[in-house]
Write a protein that binds this ligand. Structure first.
Ligand code: GTP
Ligand code: MG
Length: 371
């Protein structure tokens, strides 16, 4: 590790940033760690204490960007189509038809990936309210249905703001199965943080896939963040994360963003490696990582519930990033994940561009899935 440290120092000297082409073609012959300056990072000055800094940052990030409702709306067209039958059902609703209508409503929720447990829960609460005389028309039932979905999303998943603790650097680890959008989301998150003047260090913790570091380096370049990468076959993810968090601490970075390899939740040894990554970070900063964000591909359907359950059991997930909502997303299962696991959705991905990560807005989500 001594060799790695001296290598780190070499790269921290105030030399001009290497050209992108050099960043994209790192030598793979030496086992060493690099930190790179990828553009001039703005420095955040905070008058208040650090608790205030991170609280304010979490709030700002949530408040500043309004959900890109249009993209979410188009991404959920299939879900909306499946749920449109509810409008027809409720158009001529009358009390005598309650059982039939509610059965069909439950069916529509199931087809839209809500999952059996949550579908029954929603329909039972509607039935109770109808029988109690609280809901007297099709419109009232539709409103109650939307309200109950929104309430499920907000009551169980309250802390939608980033919780970054009170010490610098805050550490955020991004986890999930292969190809869900971890690296892209991390890059977009860096962009969002940089726009607030935050000093961001990226850690290329995906040491399995050859091109993973290069992919993250491109995001570091695009966002003007700095990055710690492993070079050579021998360096494992926990070492990269250890070095990055140490560097983040020594150099007073505000946030360290840790990328990790994609892994199937069923692969025991890879899930164990994730535990080692988390422990490596906590060894440098007790209590870190502050956030473990699991990326879920919004197009995968109910399988995401099992993924979230397994990752949560192994590393303790603090928030979800739901990606690809601009594609053909399957909305209902999100409600199941939040309800069953009590993990809030913090961000949604609505495209591949820098600005395509939005804070999650339960109201916009509900309006996008119910026409
Ligand atoms: N349309 C769309 N594409 C996305 C979104 N997020 C990620 N992608 C794309 O999904 C693909 C996979 O994204 P990555 O960020 O590489 O996913 P990953 O989880 O890091 O993948 P591994 O590291 O291989 O496990 C890329 O082509 C991304 O551009 C999104 O919100 N919308
Ligand atoms: Mg990746």
């Amino acid at each position: 590790m001594a060799a790695a440290s001296s290598q780190l120092n070499t790269f921290l000297s105030p030399a001009p940033p290497p050209p992108v082409s050099a960043l994209l073609a790192p030598s793979r012959h030496r086992a060493s760690l690099h930190i790179r300056r990828a553009g001039g990072a703005a420095r955040f000055r905070c008058a208040a204490g650090q608790t205030g800094f991170f609280n304010r940052l979490g709030r700002l990030i949530k408040e500043k960007a309004k959900s890109d409702v249009e993209k979410i709306f188009s991404g959920f067209s299939k879900t909306r189509e499946n749920l449109a039958v509810i409008d027809e059902l409720l158009l001529y609703w009358n009390l005598a038809d309650t059982d039939r209508v509610l059965d069909e409503l439950e069916e529509a929720l199931l087809v839209s990936d809500f999952g059996p447990k949550i579908s029954v829960k929603i329909v039972d609460s509607l039935r109770d309210d109808i029988l109690a005389g609280k809901l007297k028309s099709g419109n009232e039932i539709k409103d109650a249905l939307k309200r109950s979905v929104r309430d499920l999303l907000t009551s169980k998943g309250k802390k939608t703001e980033l919780q970054l603790g009170f010490r610098k650097p805050a550490v955020i680890m991004v986890v999930g199965v292969n190809g869900g959008g971890k690296t892209t989301s991390l890059g977009k998150l860096a962009h969002r943080l940089k726009k607030e003047g935050v000093k961001v260090l990226m850690a290329a913790g995906d040491t399995f896939r050859a091109a993973a570091s290069e992919q993250l380096e491109v995001w570091a370049e695009r966002t003007g963040s700095e990055i710690v990468i492993a070079e050579g076959e021998k360096i494992k993810a926990p070492s990269v994360l250890t070095q990055a968090v140490k560097r983040g601490k020594e150099q007073r970075y505000d946030v360290v963003l840790c990328d990790t390899s994609g892994r199937l939740h069923t692969n025991y040894s890879l899930m164990e490696e994730l535990v080692s990554c988390k422990k490596a970070i906590a060894k440098v900063i007790p209590g870190a990582p502050n956030e473990i964000l699991q990326v879920l591909d919004g197009t995968t359907g109910l399988n995401m519930l099992q993924q979230a359950r397994e990752f949560n059991e192994v590393v303790g997930v603090t928030g979800l990033i739901l990606t690809k909502l601009d594609g053909s997303a399957r909305g209902g299962c999100v409600v199941s994940v939040v309800d069953e696991l009590g993990i809030p959705v913090k961000f949604v991905g609505v495209g591949e561009g820098l600005d395509d990560l939005q804070p999650f807005d339960a109201e916009a989500f509900v309006n996008a899935i119910f026409s």
